[in-house]
Every structure is written in C-alpha cells, then in structure tokens.
Design a protein around this ligand. Structure first.
Ligand code: FAD
Length: 419
C-alpha cells in the first residue's frame, strides 16, 4: 500500500502554485486525498493575461483556465471555490473555514499568493479607482469599457506598463506616473528602462518619472490625480500598480515564521514539518543563490509546486530552478532569465534608443548571471543555457551582435573564432 493512502493533503490557494502542486503531487504518486481551496469564485485561471489579452477583451474567462473541470475530476483533485480559510489549528492538524466547518490534513500547503499593495488615499470603493490582482478586478474595468477617455496609471512596474500598453492599444489616452527616476527601476537596468520608456512614448503614452502623487480628486467618482507639485491630471480611470504584499496572515497567526513571506527552507517546508509554502507567498532558500528570497512569477509558482510535491512524497530535492519571467507590451516580448544581482559588467546588444529588439547581459567575473531579451528569443534561450552551464564568456564577442550568443562562451569562441 502506498504510504499516502488514506491521508489528506490540503492546499490553500487555487492558482498557479496551488493547482500546479496538486497536479504534480498526483503525478508523483500521492494516492491520498487532495483538496484545493481557493477564495475566488472562478475556476482557477492564468493570472498574466489579466493585464494583457483579458483586459483587452480578446480573451474570455474560459480561454485562460489553468485546467478543465474534467482534468480535476480525472486526477481526483477536490477543488473548493469561493471558500476562505480562516485559520490553521496546527495541534489538531486541521484548517478552519469561514463557514465554521473544518478540514483535517496530514500535509498542508500554503499557496496563498499576494495581494495588491494599496495607496492610503486610493480606496477600492471609490468609483473609477482600480487595483489589478484578480479576475474580478479586471471584470470591473472591462464593465466600464471606456472606448475613449483617459487613464492614469500609478506605478511604472511591469503590471503598470502592461496595463498602459493594453489600454493605449484600445485607444485610451494613458499617463503613467512613476515615483522613481525611471520605470522598472526596482527590477531592471537603465538600458531596459530607457528602451521601454521610449517604446511607450512612441505609442503615445505620457510617461512621467520622478513624479509623486499626493491624492485623488473627485466627488462621486475619480476625476483627476493630484501631484505633489499641485498639478492635476484628468482621469476617467485610475489604475494602481505599486507592487504586492504576500498573504502571510494564516501562517503568522498559526505561529509560523514570517518575514516578507512565509519562511521556508530549500524544500519549501516551514518549521512545521507538515506545512509547506509555495509561490508568491513563500520566502524560501534558493539553493542556487544560497540565500533567502521571494519571487513573483509563474515559473517560480510552478516549480515550487513541484519542489513541495517531491518533498511530500519522500523524494526531496533542494529548490534551485533558474528564475525566468516574461512581460508583453505592444509588439515587444521581454523575456528574462536569471537574477542580475551582483553583476560587475553589463553588455547591451541593440540600441535602447532605437528599434524594438535589444538584449542586455549581466555578468560577474565574465560569467553570465542574467539576460533581459526584448524580441530576442534566441538570446533568452541561449543565455539561459550559458547561465546554467556557468560558462566563461568572451565579452568582446558578446558585445558583437553579429556573433551568435552561444559562440561567446570562451571554450567555443576560441574554437570558432581563433584569435
Ligand atoms: P496567486 O496567483 O496570488 O494565488 C493565490 C490564491 O490564493 C488567490 O486566488 C487568493 O485569492 C487565494 N487565497 C489567499 N488566501 C486565501 C485563503 N485564506 N483562503 C482561500 N484562498 C486564499 N508572472 C509572470 O511570470 N509573467 C507575467 O507576465 C505575469 N503577469 C502578471 C500580470 C498580472 C496582472 C498579475 C497580477 C500577475 C502577473 N504575474 C506574471 C505574476 C504571477 O501571476 C504570479 O507570480 C502568480 O500568480 C503567483 O501564483 P501563486 O499561486 O503563488 O499566487
């Protein structure tokens, strides 16, 4: 008899991490019950289209589902929607649900994700003001569907810029207000920020950097955004994208360690051996980088689902997946591999000031740490290979956009390009 027979794994959070983990757990041989509980009313769906094709209206809810209803049945995964887990009784190995009932668990996985960070003066219930984290948020924007009009986006991170691109493509006048000196400052280098600022300006978006917002103006609904300078920017819609806060309250009230996420080890296990945390809510030990971190990406949510599943079925492997991420804005696909932290050299192929193709490579001691590739899938894929191979790079060759990136590895480069 399989050791998981008759046991129950409960997963809180029915999104990329939670649903992916349930599927992987089954594939890894867990034969006990699997219950996935999520507080959203919809069938679990892909979140990235919310700022892209779903916001634009070219995709509907059915076309962005993570899995069909039949596939949950086939894998014998019980999915409970629109159900909020209120607390964890660690002693009793049970979770308590908002309706007063409980579910017993043998293993518990917290995949509670993150929520949008809010501005104190921009309340969700003020008509015309929106945050974008879930399908309900975007449905409310779609219901307004201003064919024309103006939108002000507060925050020039990936989500703010994707929303800007989507609304601008739909014919709306868009202004992006970024508090820092450049858009994407928290997540990438200056050449990439310059590239995207230019692309948005070419498309007609008014991007304002170093711009502090002091409040919103309007009676029954928002009419304008007020800047610290006193300037008013008219707005029919205000969309706020200033980052997220991990949903850690369940873990915290259960006495688990929390520090910008639920603290877990390299196997996604908390200090309670029967409780795991995965995805956006987890602050985990990354084996590759040998430090604690929290990532917000589909890749990380998926891969951590696998890490926890393996650990639970008794085949633990420390989490060391190479981080990767993408963002779509207009006709530009940005693909990122690796983490650029600690780089001592940046090499740019292409021009931040012209064109729609560019790659930025981040190196330390001639080893590639990360690549940001705009409309350059080859640089992304080959960059990933070179990072994983820990290859020493001939930076002279890497600077030459005419040389295929794989050939910039010193061992290959000397063979293919004898000096
Ligand atoms: P989440 O997707 O946040 O899911 C957590 C779920 O748990 C939610 O449904 C939440 O409501 C539920 N929950 C929380 N607490 C409870 C509770 N107590 N009881 C029951 N349910 C609970 N990533 C990329 O890699 N590429 C992209 O292009 C990209 N675009 C994005 C665009 C948008 C608009 C957004 C919002 C995110 C985007 N991301 C993108 C990030 C990516 O979607 C997240 O990293 C991913 O969704 C994380 O998955 P998760 O399962 O960890 O958490």
């Amino acid at each position: 008899m399989n050791s998981s027979q008759g046991r129950t794994c409960v997963i809180v959070g029915a999104s990329h991490a939670g649903v992916g983990c349930a599927q992987k757990l089954r594939r890894q041989g867990w034969s006990g019950s699997i219950v996935v509980i999520g507080d959203e009313p919809h069938m679990p769906y892909h979140r990235p289209p919310l700022s892209k094709d779903y916001l634009k209206g070219v995709k509907d809810s059915d076309s962005i589902l993570l899995a069909s209803t039949a596939s949950y049945e086939k894998a014998d995964i019980e999915l409970r929607r629109d159900v909020r887990v209120e607390s964890i009784d660690r002693e009793g190995h049970r979770i308590l649900i908002a309706d007063g009932t409980h579910i017993d668990y043998d293993k518990l996985i917290l995949a509670t994700g993150a929520r949008a960070r809010e501005l104190p003066f921009a309340k969700r219930d003020f008509p015309g003001v929106f945050y974008i984290r879930n399908m309900g948020d975007v449905d409310r924007i779609r219901a307004l569907s201003p064919a024309e009009g103006s939108a002000v986006i507060i925050g020039g991170g990936y989500i703010g810029l994707e929303v800007a691109a989507t609304l601008r493509t739909s014919g709306i006048k868009v202004t992006v207000l970024e508090a820092m000196d450049r858009v994407l400052q928290r997540v990438t280098s200056e050449p990439v920020s310059t590239f995207f600022t230019r692309i948005h300006r070419e498309e007609g978006v008014d991007i304002r950097e170093g711009c502090q917002v002091s409040g919103l103006v309007g009676n029954d609904r928002v009419e304008a955004v007020e800047l610290v300078s006193g300037e008013l920017i008219e707005a029919d819609l205000v969309i706020i994208g200033i980052g997220v806060i991990p949903n850690t309250e369940l873990a915290e009230s259960a006495g688990l360690r929390v520090d910008n996420g639920i603290c877990v080890d390299a196997f996604n296990q908390t200090e309670d051996p029967d409780i795991y945390a995965i995805g956006d809510c987890a602050n985990f030990v990354h084996e590759r980088y040998q430090r604690q971190m929290r990532l917000e990406s589909v890749q990380n949510a998926n891969d951590q689902g696998m890490a926890a599943a393996k650990s639970i079925v008794g085949e633990p492997e420390p989490y060391d997946a190479l981080p990767w991420f993408w963002s779509d804005q207009y006709d530009v696909k940005l693909q990122i591999a690796g983490l650029a932290e600690g780089h001592d050299e940046i090499i740019v192929r292409g021009e931040p000031e012209t064109g729609r193709t560019m790659s930025v490579f981040y190196l330390r001691n001639k080893k590639l740490l990360a690549v940001d590739a705009m409309n350059s899938p080859r640089d992304f894929i080959h960059g990933k290979k070179l990072i994983l191979a820990d290859a020493t790079i001939d930076t002279g060759l890497l600077s030459d956009a005419g040389v295929a990136i794989l050939e910039t590895e010193v061992s290959r480069g000397t063979r293919v390009f004898p000096s």
